[in-house]
Design a binder for this molecule. Structure first.
Ligand code: HEC
Ligand code: HEC
Length: 413
């Protein structure tokens, strides 16, 4: 992507100048902001919006329970991912309800392309259709951080507000209400939709702040800048990660610097079915009729009739993955070791990962109806047949994990 080098905050500032119809610019304009600002004024505005968005991100008073902020689920100490090992987080008015999906990290989301069914990478061979790609959330159903923030604020099992009006009443009473007025006009609260939109814009700008959301301060970044060497084990892990016949991880979790010099995001944003085991710890899964099929629903409703899209979830970034204690869209795994063993044993030792039917036959891919099994990816590190040797040995697995640990931000030499 050509846009990779431009920070999106900078892009937001630039579109304000050119008047493009990006969501940020649209929000700024609809919020009654004059479009022509000097460079210095633009910079100041971004700084002020960031401060306001940060205050909102950490404000528990914005939830119906009064006890949950964005940061309760997107913990800053965990790269804005889940703070604990629960597969799904509690929420709702009394914090007694549960979500259905693991909390993703909010770091390195800034270049997520808008969802498309046919993705052509303009850095590589652009004649190749990489299939469904991009969008926010595990199923790519949201196209901007701006739209995204509506979901948790209004979802009954998350922050649990009944309406945008309820949120706006809380904003009006917040300590940062004067800043909202200063940035969006003294009358901002007169029209609740406008006030809500202004707040979403501030949250979005905060989530584009490089120091918080894409610092590129991991050991691997220092290695790419030739400031440090990786240990022999980390180097072995990196080559297994990249080797198409071994880990083959980099085919989806991109690890190389792009031709335009942009550092890798460790995802290609592709939606792929890996056949993760059903997670019986998720309360919604107590109902055997409930199945989370990602791209074909039920959260997403535009591809309900696309059988070939069932079971597809967006490839997450692996940056900061070692800070997580819960992995995959349904939080079914709790350590990197478990994830790695699943990758290499899913097809060679499926009996370790899937339950049995009453007749003792194995229910492989037990979270997908048989009609959707053909959607599951079979390339390395998957593939092979039951009893085959896994593509990575136990010590090679440890090497890849050692490499993934170099992707944690905040590295001090
Ligand atoms: C109760 C826990 C919870 C709270 C509170 C919460 N989130 Fe989330 N967030 C999630 C989950 C779970 C997902 C994944 C949803 C999905 O895939 O359907 C998510 C996804 C996201 C994404 C999309 C990331 C991606 O993959 O592109 C963004 C952005 C986001 N949240 C921002 C926020 C903001 C801003 C707030 C506060 C207004 C917030 N969240 C509050 C649980 C939470
Ligand atoms: C064909 C594409 C593909 C390949 C190859 C691949 N992954 Fe993934 N990876 C994904 C997708 C898609 C998910 C999310 C799956 C889900 O939630 O159902 C994922 C999830 C993960 C997670 C969990 C991250 C999180 O935040 O929950 C880790 C860790 C991971 N992969 C590591 C690896 C490693 C290491 C390799 C190589 C051994 C690898 N992956 C190979 C696509 C791929």
């Amino acid at each position: 992507m050509k846009a990779l080098l431009l920070g999106s905050t900078l892009m937001a500032a630039l579109v304000l100048q050119t008047g493009s119809n990006s969501p940020s610019a649209a929000a700024a304009v609809s919020a009654g902001k004059p479009a022509a600002l000097s460079r210095q004024q633009q910079h100041q505005r971004v700084t002020d919006l960031t401060t306001l968005g940060r205050a909102m991100f950490f404000d528990q008073a914005l939830s119906a329970s009064g006890k949950q902020s964005c940061a309760s689920c997107h913990s800053p100490e965990h790269a804005f991912g889940p703070p604990n090992n629960l597969p799904v987080q509690p929420g709702g008015r009394f914090l007694t309800l549960s979500g259905t999906r693991a909390v993703p990290s909010l770091r390195y989301m800034q270049n997520t392309p808008a969802f498309t069914e046919h993705y052509h990478d303009d850095d590589g061979d652009d004649s190749i259709d990489a299939g469904p790609t991009g969008g926010r959330t595990w199923d790519g159903r949201v196209d901007s951080a701006h739209e995204q923030a509506r979901i948790p604020l209004l979802s009954t099992h998350e922050m649990g507000n009944a309406s945008t009006g309820e949120v706006v009443n809380k904003l009006r009473a917040a300590t940062y209400a004067p800043q909202l007025k200063a940035l969006f006009g003294a009358q901002v609260f007169d029209d609740p939709e406008r006030a809500f939109d202004a707040a979403m814009h501030a949250l979005e700008v905060f989530q584009e702040n490089p120091a918080d959301f894409y610092p590129y301060s991991s050991k691997y970044d220092a290695f790419l800048r030739r400031q440090v060497k990786l240990t022999p084990q980390e180097m072995r892990g990196l080559s297994l990660f990249n080797d198409p016949d071994k880990g083959n991880c980099a085919s989806c979790h991109i690890s190389a610097v792009a031709p335009n010099g942009a550092f890798p995001q460790f995802t290609d944003y592709g939606l792929i079915a890996l056949g993760a085991p059903r997670n019986r710890e998720i309360p919604a899964n107590a109902n055997p009729q409930y199945v989370d099929l990602g791209l074909c629903g039920p959260e997403r409703t535009d591809f309900m009739d696309r059988k070939d899209y069932c079971g597809l979830f967006k490839t997450p970034t692996l940056r900061n993955v070692a800070l997580r204690q819960t992995f995959f869209h349904n939080g079914v795994f709790h350590s990197l070791d478990e994830v790695m063993r699943f990758y290499v044993e899913r097809d060679t030792a499926p009996q370790k990962w899937y339950p049995r039917n009453r007749d003792r036959s194995l229910r492989k891919f037990d979270d997908l109806l048989p009609a959707y099994h053909a959607n599951v990816n079979m390339e390395a590190p998957f593939g092979g047949k039951r009893g085959d040797k896994p593509v990575l040995s136990a010590s090679e697995i440890q090497d890849v994990i050692a490499f993934m640990k170099t992707l944690t931000d905040g590295y001090q030499p």
